[in-house]
Design a protein around this ligand. Structure first.
Ligand code: ADP
Ligand code: MG
Length: 242
């Protein structure tokens, strides 16, 4: 059974058909990289997985359970499916440590002591335990994004969604975030990553999909994707970003 499965998924924004019959399976522990031009529906696709957007047709399954049903508990779903955005979206008025402990305490009812122990462990894992008592504004973009990853991991999710997590970063900070993501991938996290960082795709992706106009135009292993793309539009895209 796949960890995440899109089955005949369609979505419209008003009259605009933004997702056109998306079919995709991500096995437990696998990394899916989603790339494609701006406006092709990548963000919408991943945001549907934790119900930041609703689909109009089809279904999305997590371990066989339809997570697009109205009856699904969204707090529970979002504790199992973490998301990291392009803009780090940390809470500016509380410390780094509190950013990481807030949801486990509030949503999961974890004790403060336990939440803080876990948070410090996670901050250490992403290389910034020494910043725990600072405010987000005192951190670099790369550090803030690593806090955002730690914050998502604090809920002990089964799946992590990344939506262009390095696009807002200065070039010298991209690798520190990609390295954390690569470690996470190697540790067996199931990940859906919208990214144009093709070094990341080459190193850790199990599959790469190319989206254009709301459709998956091309899909395959990184090997296939980089050396033998079938569509002219994929070739043109690769030429632009590589
Ligand atoms: P990508 O992440 O590939 O750039 P998006 O999923 O963000 O693409 O958006 C796909 C298309 O849907 C774009 O044309 C965008 O303008 C449009 N869109 C995104 N969100 C909304 C919304 N909330 N309402 C209307 N149109 C939207
Ligand atoms: Mg996007």
């Amino acid at each position: 059974m796949a960890m995440i499965e899109f089955r005949n998924v369609h979505k419209w924004y008003g009259d605009f058909h933004v997702l056109k019959n998306i079919n995709e399976e991500v096995e437990k522990g696998d990394v899916l990289v989603i790339c494609g031009p701006s406006g092709s529906g990548k963000s919408t696709m991943v945001r549907c997985v934790n119900r930041l957007e609703e689909i109009d047709k089809g279904a999305i399954y997590m371990e066989g359970k339809d997570i697009t049903q109205k009856t699904v508990n969204l707090n529970h779903l979002r504790s199992e499916i973490g998301i990291v955005f392009q803009q780090f979206n940390l809470y500016p008025h509380i410390s780094v440590l509190k950013n990481v402990t807030l949801a486990p305490i509030k949503v999961k009812g974890v004790s403060k002591a336990e939440a803080e122990a876990t948070a410090l462990e996670l901050l250490d894992r992403v290389g910034i335990s020494d910043q725990a008592h600072k405010y987000p504004v005192e951190l670099s973009g790369g550090q803030q994004q690593r806090v955002a990853i730690a914050r998502a991991l604090a809920m002990k999710p089964k799946v992590m969604l990344f939506d262009e997590p390095t696009s807002a970063l200065d070039p010298e900070m991209i690798n520190e975030v990609l390295n954390v993501m690569k470690d996470l991938a190697r540790e067996g996290m199931t990940m859906l990553c919208v990214t144009h960082e093709m070094s990341f795709a080459r190193e850790v992706a199990d599959r790469v999909i190319f989206m254009d106009g709301g459709e998956i135009l091309e899909q395959g292993t990184p090997e296939h994707f980089f050396t033998n793309p079938q569509h002219d539009r994929t070739k043109a895209f690769l030429k632009e970003i590589l």
